[in-house]
Design a protein around this ligand. Structure first.
Ligand code: S3P
Length: 442
């Protein structure tokens, strides 16, 4: 399907503000968590019974997962954009798809689904867009093959051709801290002949483990070792998905750089494996309050309250990298406005995201006049820097496009971001959200 791309125009202007109702600051909301939305569909499909999902993210990536589950014989009712009923077929009830499954741009979908498909008694093919076909798949096919899976790839990339095979008990010391790899191996473990363990080198997001536990799977976590023991059937879910911290990061950074008064972002997932961006921005001098903290279906949730702040540079590495892995494009923008040096190290994974986010963000921000020093495993920025409006490209990478729009809010003159339709891959309504804060974007 070819849809016309969109171009965003950003004019810097008045200070951003929290939306006011009756004199009280009411908040903005961001769409549901992308990682949890993918997992709710996949585990709902494998559950015995009817799963109810509220707060689903109806975005490009997660709608690809919805279509994939339907292709595998799962009935999914979409009552409104964010409310789903998934009629689970049980662990052994998926049916052979008609043709290959199109994962479009969704790396999480292809990498989680290959773990499930490796354990099925029928063959399948997983494919995606040109962009997805450029992303590395050996990180998931290697451990799956070591478990006994039969997978043919195209020089380590998609399309992936999966044939039926028996999966064996296995322990995998993961070479990279990746939730997609961890989740892939754990999901394959549901179909193995004995316990499957991953040993994590860093605290990658743990939504799969949490959700597997909540559907009654036998999952144990001992330090960096996560083990799934197959055997039990999976119960259906009844789940309200919180807002996505990785989407909240954009209004968060925008508010820090340009807010006139407090901005409240309501109902955001604050799982500690996802709050690296809050920790990093606090390290840079931001005041971000977490209020109304609560727990929903095994995931911590809170409202974020943020005010404009004079940021200072910081050294960012270690576990903060994986805990904020999707937020570095927005963070690079924040770093241009911070006083002094921001140095990011140990973040080479950024080079294999939807794009090489170090190279692409550095190149696009340079068009706005920024000076960014690229490093093999990160970047160095000395600020504050004056940005000038220019035309920049989104590169079909949602987080790049949205970060450039945020940069435009603090640039002098108009910024144009083309190739920006991809914003819908994770954040439908991004433009409306910025406009609700008073930003001049069209
Ligand atoms: C995700 C894991 C991360 C992240 C991606 C979503 C997930 O990827 O970048 O946006 O839902 O498991 P990696 O596992 O490659 O770090």
């Amino acid at each position: 399907m070819i849809t016309a791309d969109i171009t965003v125009h950003v004019r810097p202007g008045g200070a951003l503000r929290g939306t006011m109702t009756n004199g009280n600051t009411t908040g903005i909301r961001v769409p549901g968590d992308k990682s949890i939305s993918h997992r709710a569909l996949i585990l709902g499909a494998l559950g015995d019974g009817v799963t109810q999902v509220r707060g689903f993210l109806p975005a490009g990536d997660t709608l690809a997962t919805l279509r994939a589950m339907r292709a595998l014989g799962v009935t999914v009712e979409q009552h409104d954009a964010a409310t789903l009923t998934v009629h689970g077929r049980g662990l052994h009830g998926l049916v052979p798809p008609d043709g290959s499954i199109d994962c479009v741009n969704a790396g999480t979908l292809i990498r989680l689904l290959v773990g499930v498909m490796a354990g099925q008694p029928f063959p399948s093919v997983l494919d995606g867009s040109g962009q997805l076909r450029r992303r590395p798949m050996r990180r998931v096919t290697d451990p799956l093959r070591q478990m006994g899976a039969q997978i043919e790839d195209s020089d380590g990339k998609a399309p992936l051709h999966i044939s039926p095979a028996s999966l064996h008990s296995f322990t995998y010391p993961m070479p990279v801290a990746s939730a997609q790899v961890k989740s892939c191996v754990l999901l394959a473990g549901l179909f193995a002949d004995g316990p499957v363990t991953v040993i994590e080198p860093g605290p990658a997001r743990d939504h799969t483990e949490r959700m597997l536990r909540s559907v009654g799977a036998n999952v144990t976590v001992e330090g960096p070792r996560v083990t799934v023991t197959p055997g039990s059937t999976l119960a259906p879910l009844d789940l309200t998905i919180p807002g996505d911290m990785s989407s909240a990061a954009f209004p968060l950074v925008a508010a820090l750089l340009a807010a006139g008064d407090a901005v409240r972002i309501e109902n955001v997932g604050v799982n500690p494996t996802r709050t690296g961006i809050v920790d990093i921005l606090r390290l840079m001098g931001a005041e971000i309050e977490l209020v109304n903290e609560r727990d929903e279906a095994g995931e911590p949730v809170a409202d974020l309250v943020v005010r404009r702040a004079a940021l200072r540079g910081a050294a960012i590495g270690g576990d903060l990298i994986v805990r904020a892995i999707d937020e570095f494009p927005a963070l690079m923008v924040a770093a241009t406005q911070a006083e002094g040096e921001t140095l990011v190290t140990g973040a080479q994974e950024l080079r294999v995201k939807e794009t090489d986010r170090i190279a692409v963000m550095a190149a696009e921000l340079r068009k706005l006049g920024a000076e960014i020093e690229e490093r093999p495993d990160g970047f160095r920025v000395v600020g504050p820097q004056k940005l000038r409006g220019a035309t920049a490209h989104g590169h079909d990478d949602h987080r790049v496009a949205m970060s450039l729009v945020v940069a435009g809010l603090v640039a002098e003159g108009e910024t144009v971001v083309d190739d920006a339709r991809c914003m819908d891959d994770s954040f439908p309504g991004f433009m409306e959200t910025l406009r609700a804060l008073g930003a001049d974007v069209s």
